[in-house]
Design a protein around this ligand. Structure first.
Ligand code: GLU
Length: 287
């Protein structure tokens, strides 16, 4: 067994489609070729969208595809206490602030003062214009039940690095990709680390979970690659290792559009019902 440990981390918010099949199979093939481990993580922190029946369907589809995982699957909804502990620690370091701005407030503030200019988008969505940043006294106790944002400027001062780098392996060889720290405030902004409707956020849980599961290689789609610089910054702030990343090509429909959860026509379950085989799926995704 080598030290290659990877994972597939689907959100149980809809049926797995061909894009998921490609991602799951590619990571599985890589783990098996390396004599490493393949883990499964159910990313269900968003309780408003996750459903147990979709989780069941994930196990069913992956098993049908011939995928096996080497440990019991983990569920993000079982790890809320870890996320909370981390948020409390970041709060204690003065790096978070509560934010009650609505999307509309943020859009309005981001468009002003140059009326008519389009608000800027970064890897975490609309770039936050700082509306609530100075509003709360950060020496007060941890705010429960509020959205929490990372103060990007303070986070960068704490990290004290001129750039955030990781190793990308998708071209078959190692490539070091770096994002300069000076771009983060303008191009990423004060990202959300905990939501009002559920504890934690994608960025926070993904870095904590990859570290807890000892993931050495993250295999995921190129659509998530813009977020990787955020993950490297968070790993730095939290003292966690940075895995090697492999951002793979995306499976697209005949119009060149990336497949979405609602593309039921390309759901693995639909192909199964039509009598296709796992080998047909492999061929369809070019494996
Ligand atoms: N849960 C994410 C998704 O389904 C995957 C996140 C990741 O692989 O880092 O798109």
């Amino acid at each position: 067994m080598t030290d290659f440990i990877t994972r597939f981390a689907p959100s149980p918010t809809g049926p797995l489609h061909l894009g998921h099949a490609y991602s799951a199979l590619l990571a599985h093939d890589m783990a098996r070729a390396a004599g490493g481990k393949y883990l499964l993580r159910i990313e269900d922190i968003d309780r408003t969208r996750s459903r147990p029946e979709w989780e069941e369907q994930i196990y069913d589809d992956l098993t049908w595809l011939g995928i096996t995982w080497d440990e019991a699957p983990t569920r993000q909804s079982d790890r809320l206490s870890v996320y909370k502990k981390t948020l409390r620690a970041l709060w204690g370091r003065g790096l978070l602030f509560p934010c009650s701005c609505t999307r509309r407030d943020i859009t309005a503030a981001a468009s002003a003062p140059q009326e008519g200019t389009e608000p800027a988008f970064g890897p975490d969505g609309l770039i936050y214009p700082g509306t609530c940043r100075a509003r709360t006294d950060r020496s007060q106790s941890f705010p429960e039940g509020e959205a929490l944002r990372l103060d990007m400027q303070d986070a960068l001062s704490t990290a004290n690095q001129s750039e955030f780098c990781y190793t990308e392996q998708s071209s078959g060889q190692d490539e070091t990709l770096c994002s300069p720290a000076r771009n983060f405030v303008q191009e990423v902004g004060d990202i959300v680390l905990s939501r009002r409707d559920f504890l934690g956020s994608y960025h926070l849980s993904v870095v904590l979970d990859d570290a807890a599961q000892g993931i050495s290689h993250v295999v995921r789609g190129k659509d998530i690659q813009p977020a990787t610089q955020i993950h490297v910054l968070l790993q730095n702030l939290l003292g966690l290792p940075t895995p090697i990343y492999h951002h793979h090509r995306l499976i697209r429909d005949e119009n060149g559009k990336r497949l979405a959860k609602r593309d039921d026509a390309r759901a693995i379950a639909t192909y199964r019902a039509e009598g296709r085989t796992p080998d047909d799926i492999r061929r369809m995704v070019g494996l």
